[in-house]
Design a protein around this ligand. Sequence first.
Ligand code: SF4
Length: 344
Amino acid sequence: MHSFSSRLIVWQHTHGRHDLPWQGADAYHVWLSEIMLQQTQVATVIPYYRRFTALFPTIAALAAATEEQVLAHWSGLGYYARGRNLHRAAQIIMEKYHGEFPREFGQILELPGIGRSTAAAICALAWHERRAILDGNVKRVLARYCGISGSTGEKAVEARLWQQAEALLPQHDIAAYIQAQMDLGATLCTRSRPKCGVCPVSSDCVAFQSGRVSELPTPRQRKAVPKRNATFLLLMHGRDILLEKRPGSGIWGGLWCPPQFDNEEQAKDWFVTNGMDADHGERLEIFTHTFTHFKLHITPLNIQLARKPLRAAQEGIVWLSVEDALQAAIPTPVRALLNKLRRG
Ligand code: SF4
């Protein structure tokens, strides 16, 4: 029987994806796509990738942009630390490597936001270096194909998966093989209802042959997702809204948001302390935004001010028209609120 890798490569030629905009691209573009694809579906990534590369066609262009501009074009993709790290890494590449994407695996791994699998994917796809990857899709494929049980998030299980990923590497055609693994995980060996009937490696897939496909990979123990509350103060003056820049780290770091409080009392105290004068106000519908580790129940208080307060002159605070605010670096729930305000 042909090896796992050779069957995958043959399958990829005829059934894999060949029209992704970053395929066959240089290290910069491969890097960008790999970062965008973390936790995000290909269909969502493509329009972002196209816009981003049109605006920042080179590492130099990305490094020269402000963090604000980078985050504005990342807005809606989520996991904003990815955008901040990308920007910082581009600046490091300019300073340390004269704008050339570093060629050594170890140097790539040192850049912010790049882990072992991403560094390996860049080396394999851009330079055809013989390196194994282990992203979420590949973990699922290998856990099933090799019959490895246990949560793929556990260190010991992950170590076994890396071992298998290394052992199965072909001697040649590494870029096609890496792409084949990604394609198999995305199109056949999917999380639910994998298409084992047309899979090129079903004849020796341990999970398929032993009827354990639905059990592998072993699902992670689900913990109850903690819930938190927040109150957004939507301070409006006519069609303008006040936004604050978040500190660089933490959720929505570096993005523009309405002032946020733990509860309505805190919001009201702050309002009074800052000498603001409300014309009228209303509580908008409470909604929930889900993060990886918690759910945030957001109560928006929409307040029309009689006059703009002095506070607007402080650094890190802006008044923007709702339309301009929609173009700024804002997180998804703020975008949803602003769209509501624009319509209403
Ligand atoms: S046979 Fe099924 S479970 Fe096994 S690798 Fe193929 S698609 Fe995945």
